[in-house]
Design a protein around this ligand. Structure first.
Ligand code: NDP
Length: 343
């Protein structure tokens, strides 16, 4: 089992004499920079001179262009989109890095796939929040640590792990921090997105097709599948109560039906074979190479895929239900008061 680290395991004083540069002030960058600064670390932000940099200044953080922020920093968090990191790193960051500094990433992708090769004198660590960017900030403000996956890829100084834990502590990411590697974080993260998200999309499209073919109303079907928001509540229960235990919140008919269909579907090994193939294509770099090619081709294949799925009749029903559910029906003292967006 992975080592797990809690707030008591980190020591912020390790970074007391360091300037921590946060490159990128987007979803993750803003939250991480604010949390680290509120934890008492000396933080500077590096961003292009646009609204994002202005926002950092308005938030009270010293903000510079990327080259200046790199020159000022001893510890550098590279929180730029994964697609741009290799070019920005080789052209702008590396020539300005202080000797013997620390590089920290929020996702292992570029280092694991060798698109970005840090200089040997650097400590290279990973602090990957398992949390969306805005929540990284709200959890911190609520005095709660969110979970992270952390790892050391290069330990030039001998104290890379201490710095990694100090960064995880400072950003509020010890709820707990699971010790891992750049490889494990990359493969599991991509797999979760691709198989979780991909299977969810296909399962929903197939379910919609089967019910509509059988003559049922597309809007009622879409409402049932995910339009009502009930699924979001069930997912929350998966996390808080466990996937099987949460069945107690459903009727016995529903619970039995779910278990029966799961037991029938699990007999079909093709899903497992498909999942194993995805792991293989992530590990051997097939997916990463394909994704790089898509970027070079100006995202043509991505656009084609998006169009292919967006044309499914499911999304006509989705549009209607989303529109209808904008009506806010408030339940007060057993009276139903209907408020439309117009007032
Ligand atoms: P965003 O797209 O929200 O932020 C990107 C930031 O990078 C912005 O400040 C943007 O500023 C800047 N930027 C974009 N393009 C360039 C460029 N070509 N040159 C210089 N700066 C650029 O990204 P995220 O915060 O979502 O992701 C950043 C990292 O965090 C990634 O490694 C991602 O995998 C990781 N991560 C993200 C999670 C999430 O929930 N989003 C969760 C865990 C990890 P501007 O365009 O104004 O110049």
């Amino acid at each position: 089992m992975a080592n797990r680290y809690y707030p008591k395991d980190g020591d912020l004083s390790v970074l007391a004499d360091s300037t921590v540069g946060v490159l990128g002030y987007g979803n993750q960058g803003r939250s991480q920079a604010l949390n680290l600064a509120d934890s008492g670390l000396s933080v500077v932000v590096g961003n292009r001179g646009d609204d994002y940099r202005k926002r950092a200044e308005e938030d009270g953080l010293p903000a510079f262009d990327i080259p200046t922020a790199v020159e000022k920093s001893d510890v550098l968090l590279v929180i730029l989109p994964d697609e741009v990191q290799p070019t920005v790193y080789s052209e702008v960051i590396e020539p300005r890095l202080k000797e013997g500094g620390t590089l920290c990433f929020a996702h292992g992708y570029n280092v694991f796939y060798d698109y970005l090769k840090p200089r040997p004198d650097m400590d290279v660590v990973l602090v990957a929040p398992k949390m969306i960017g805005p929540a990284v900030r709200t959890w911190y403000v609520d005095h709660k640590h969110f979970p992270t996956v952390v790892g050391v890829d290069q330990d030039a100084s001998g104290s890379a792990k201490d710095k990694m834990l100090a960064l995880a502590l400072g950003m509020g990411g010890m709820g707990p921090a699971f010790e891992s590697t750049f490889e494990e974080e990359t493969i599991t993260d991509l797999f979760g997105e691709q198989v979780g998200g991909g299977a969810g999309l296909v399962g929903t499209i197939r379910a919609f097709q089967a019910l509509v073919e059988a003559g049922y109303d597309p809007e009622v079907v879409q409402l049932e599948l995910y339009g009502s928001g009930e699924l979001v509540e069930v997912m929350r229960l998966h996390q808080t109560e466990g996937m099987i235990n949460q069945l107690n919140n459903h009727s016995p008919t529903s619970g039995y039906g779910q278990l029966l269909r799961a037991s029938q579907m699990i007999e079909d090994q093709s899903g497992l074979e498909g999942a194993r193939k995805v792991v293989e294509e992530l590990r051997d770099g097939t997916f990463a190479k394909r994704w790089s090619k898509v970027q070079q081709d100006d995202y043509a294949e991505m656009e084609k895929l998006r169009k292919r799925f967006a044309a499914d009749p499911l999304f006509d029903a989705e549009r209607t239900i989303r529109e209808l559910l904008k009506t806010d029906i408030v339940h007060e003292d057993n009276q139903h008061i209907e408020r439309t967006e117009a007032g």
